[in-house]
Design a protein around this ligand. Structure first.
Ligand code: ADP
Ligand code: MG
Length: 246
């Protein structure tokens, strides 16, 4: 382990698509073992930022370090520390859940024994009949569970989930956050994006992104107290307003 380095360190990160600035100089840390919520409406720049952190998207300027390793200079080593669940459909829809698990296990570099041990875990949580269904036919809540399971197969210490609760009903969302909390108790570090501002309550700390800029960051309760607001929705409106005046 690399001592005191934060799990993720982002400094003045920018992304331009042609003349459009999607991410405009964002800086934050994620400490080891915390759940950080990456909140913001559609188009805020959440996916773009997460993809730059994971090394999937070229950085325009700024730096990303993963446990002290610069993502550009040490891409392979930094990527090994992270598991990433993309916002888009990340499983093959025409394969069954089990076939997906087999396939992704096969390319994960894990031994057969590790894969078997891992696969046994999901059988405890999801009924066999569901696992034998085509992913296409599995309800969104369970599908996301399987997708997260696949992303966790290499057992990464740092987990980035991009909108895992999007399109999932409220009860399944709550259960999903339960699973996320379970990962924290196993010592994992989590950065989880969502456009549902009310999911802030599940996070140790939140980052609010708007138009490619970080407009608020901190512990949810502390932020509400500091801004004298009752909920994150109100805080968000306030922060946009304040930010516009700067
Ligand atoms: P979020 O994940 O918060 O919804 P995104 O990071 O997907 O936001 O997008 C941020 C902004 O960047 C949006 O305005 C989006 O249209 C734009 N964008 C994303 N990817 C591209 C791309 N490949 N080319 C041009 N613009 C893009
Ligand atoms: Mg997105």
């Amino acid at each position: 382990m690399s001592g005191a380095a934060p799990a993720i360190e982002v400094r003045d990160l920018r992304k331009d698509f042609g003349r459009f600035q999607a991410v405009k100089g964002v800086s934050f840390d994620v400490a080891g073992g915390e759940i950080v919520g990456f909140l913001g409406p559609n188009g805020a720049g959440k996916t773009t930022t997460i993809k730059m952190i994971t090394g999937l998207l070229k950085i325009t300027s700024g730096t990303v370090r993963v446990e002290g390793l610069d993502i550009r200079e040490h891409a392979a080593a930094a990527k090994k520390k992270m598991g990433y669940m993309s916002q888009k459909f990340s499983l093959y829809p025409l394969l069954t859940a089990l076939e997906n698990i087999d396939f992704f296990g096969g390319i994960s570099g894990l031994s057969l024994e590790e894969r078997r041990r891992h696969a046994a875990r999901i059988r405890e949580e999801v009924p066999q009949a569901v696992l034998r269904q085509k992913v296409l036919d599995i309800p969104p809540g369970i599908r996301q569970k399987v997708a997260m399971f696949v992303c966790l197969m290499p057992d990464p210490g740092i987990i980035l989930l991009d909108e895992p609760t999007s399109g999932v009903d409220p009860e399944a969302r709550r259960l999903f956050w339960n699973d996320i909390y379970g990962l924290k108790t196993r010592g994992k570090t989590l950065l989880v994006s969502t456009h549902n501002l009310d999911e802030a309550e599940y996070c140790d700390r939140i980052l609010i992104l708007h138009n490619g800029e970080l407009i608020a960051a901190g512990e949810p309760d502390e932020l509400l107290r500091r801004h004298g607001k009752a909920d994150i929705e109100e805080l968000f409106k306030d922060a946009i307003h304040d930010h516009g005046q700067n």
